[in-house]
Design a binder for this molecule. Structure first.
Ligand code: SF4
Length: 333
């Protein structure tokens, strides 16, 4: 058997194992959450709207937000349109163009694990730059809500969208169902929340949606199979050694590094994984075109991890946290 065939078979085996285990996790962890879920008049929505009465932006009406066409130029292509700020040129505004990608954001304060160093300190890229205001609004709306409630709210947003079919202007060529990136900001904290999203991803796909993908800092405590087979999920790690630990938990990884040695794949001491610099950071590709993170089973079967360079307005703080994580012998999140 060739190496390619072997990897394809391994990918299938991993996917089937996730599918098989998801069924029992769904029974044990997700059904109890569903049993307490709001039905006709969701009290959760009322509470969320109360919380946001004084601070509501167009995009945010609760502790989670669904963006139908992402204007994050890393996820999918955008045109930069010139703007005016008084009589001076303003910052160019990103306007999405096909192929489109949908995305969600949830309150970081309510859903990111307390162990994430970037949550406690500065350095979280979602809490800076263009998404700072959105992130603050989601946190304000989540005051008094549990992570379970926030994720349930997010699931409601996904389920409400495109009831008659997800638009077919996404995918690599712009002719397939739109892919969905969960948690550009935010995370989950337990198996039940992962399972709720896993079921929502299944319904998204059943409505003609494309692939659903995300990253998690909770890989130590949330089982990979709890996400189900319809979400591609990568463990967010800061130390090369954690790629090995995450693999033992069933996760492929994404690692933040100081700098890429070059634009080519590389190896780091402490892991056997081949590490691929994110093409959105080394070239002109977007996630919808690249799709490496949209198939975590393939990454696991091929023992490849994705690398991101510390970037954005919080880069210096990210580097401090990375050094602390390496010196402390444990990944920051
Ligand atoms: S590796 Fe590809 S899919 Fe993953 S974040 Fe980078 S561009 Fe997106």
């Amino acid at each position: 058997m060739t190496r390619g065939l072997l990897e394809t078979s391994l990918e299938q085996i991993i996917r089937e194992a996730v599918r098989a285990e998801f069924a029992s996790i769904f029974e044990a962890k997700v059904k109890p959450l569903l049993a307490t879920a709001p039905t006709a008049t969701p009290p959760l929505l009322e509470r969320a709207n109360d919380a946001t009465k004084s601070r509501t932006t167009k995009a945010t009406k609760g502790p989670a937000s669904f963006i139908a066409k992402s204007c994050n130029g890393k996820l999918s292509p955008v045109n930069l349109v010139p703007t005016q700020c008084g009589d001076k040129p303003g910052r160019p505004r990103p306007v999405p163009r096909a192929p489109f990608v949908c995305s969600t954001y949830v309150s970081i304060e309510a859903t990111c694990p307390a162990t994430c160093a970037f949550k406690k300190e500065t350095g979280c890229y979602v809490r800076a730059g263009a998404t700072k205001r959105l992130s603050g609004d989601l946190d304000a709306a989540a005051k008094g809500l549990t992570a379970d409630e926030v994720i349930r709210f997010e699931v409601q947003l996904i389920d409400k969208k495109y009831k008659t079919g997800v638009p077919q202007d996404g995918g690599r060529r712009g002719r397939d169902g739109r892919d969905l990136r969960l948690h550009v900001g935010g995370d989950i904290t337990n198996d039940g929340q992962a399972g709720l999203l896993g079921a929502a991803a299944w319904r998204w796909r059943a409505r003609g949606g494309g692939l659903v993908w995300t990253f998690t800092h909770s890989w130590r405590t949330v089982r990979r199979s709890a996400w189900g087979p319809d979400i591609s999920v990568l463990a967010s790690v800061e130390r090369a050694e954690d790629i090995e630990l995450a693999r033992q938990q069933g996760y492929a990884s994404a690692i933040v590094v100081d700098n890429f040695p070059s634009t080519k794949a590389f190896y780091l001491p402490g892991t056997t994984a081949k590490i691929i610099p994110c093409p959105a950071e080394t070239g002109n590709r977007t996630c919808v075109e690249c799709r490496l993170c949209l198939n975590s089973e393939r990454r696991l079967a091929r023992n490849t991890a994705i690398a991101f360079e510390a970037h954005g307005p919080g880069r210096s703080e990210v580097l401090v946290q990375l050094r602390r994580a390496k010196a402390g012998g444990r990944g920051a999140p």
